[in-house]
Ligand binder design. Structure first.
Ligand code: SAH
Length: 240
């Protein structure tokens, strides 16, 4: 393993509080969920759609899967962090597209003019995709363990994970979020709330992955190079 450039004091103090900050508590998403579902039921009355609630439950389950890792990440001592303004903006766009806009679309009538209709099988496909996404998301978090972080960082005890779902694919967690983002427009039938998440995550994925791989190469050198040779980004690499 190559020596790692030390994080500056500013990076360290920023990093130890984590990208999510120290004040985030699990009851925030729970309260948000209760408020959104409450507002949704009140606004829709008898005209509620099961698949929109599937989206809300899936996003709460996603937060619950991630929560223990957010807490564990707080005690990691960061050695290197490459979270710049662009990265922060990208995370904000994803937060908007995969959480805020769909929640507003459910809780308020503000975007109703942008609703669309889909055939009756579409929400079933979306539900199956959500289940697959959450199982994969859980597996990726379990296998990455303490090495998870919400953005581009490496900590003191970091080691390269190449087992479990990481054995054949380098970005299983991003693959699971892709499935979530693509399932969202099948469950929330609104151009803004459904489609914006796909665009936002697509942008984050396209801009972050080359930088994440460069970070891994800087830190793990030939080990990561060899790992890249035998794995694919989102799909297992086809044997030559
Ligand atoms: N891109 C991976 C991990 C996302 S979490 C995925 O989609 O599954 C982001 C952090 O995970 C990065 O900052 C990096 O420090 C860490 N990371 C990514 N791949 C890793 C690996 N194979 N082993 C250890 N840490 C890894």
């Amino acid at each position: 393993m190559k020596p790692i450039e030390a994080a500056s004091a500013a990076q360290r103090s920023n990093a130890t509080s984590g990208v999510y900050g120290d004040r985030l508590r699990f009851w925030f998403p729970v309260v948000l969920f209760v408020l959104v579902v409450g507002a949704y039921c009140w606004r829709r009355g008898d005209d509620w759609r099961w698949y929109e609630l599937v989206w809300a439950v899936a996003s709460l389950v996603q937060a619950a899967i991630r929560w223990p890792h957010v807490q564990a990440n707080r005690v990691n001592r960061v050695r290197l962090q490459r979270v710049d303004r662009r990265e922060q903006w990208l995370m904000f766009l994803v937060f908007l597209g995969l959480l805020c806009l769909p929640m507003l679309a459910l809780a308020t009538p503000w975007f109703d003019a942008l609703n669309y209709r889909l055939p009756h099988w579409a929400p079933w496909v979306g539900t199956a995709m959500m289940v697959a996404s959450l199982i994969y998301f859980h597996r990726a978090h379990a296998d990455l363990g303490r090495h998870w972080s919400p953005s581009l960082e490496v900590h003191e005890e970091h080691r390269l994970v190449t087992q479990g779902v990481y054995a054949r694919v380098r970005h299983p967690m991003y693959a699971s979020i892709w499935i979530f983002a693509l399932a969202q427009p099948l469950l929330v039938h609104n151009w803004l709330a459904g489609a914006f998440g796909v665009l936002a995550f697509g942008l984050l994925y396209a801009l972050r992955v080359p930088r994440e791989e460069a970070l891994m190469l800087d830190v793990f050198g030939d080990d990561y190079r060899a790992y890249m040779q035998r794995t694919g980004r989102l799909w297992p690499r086809r044997p030559r």
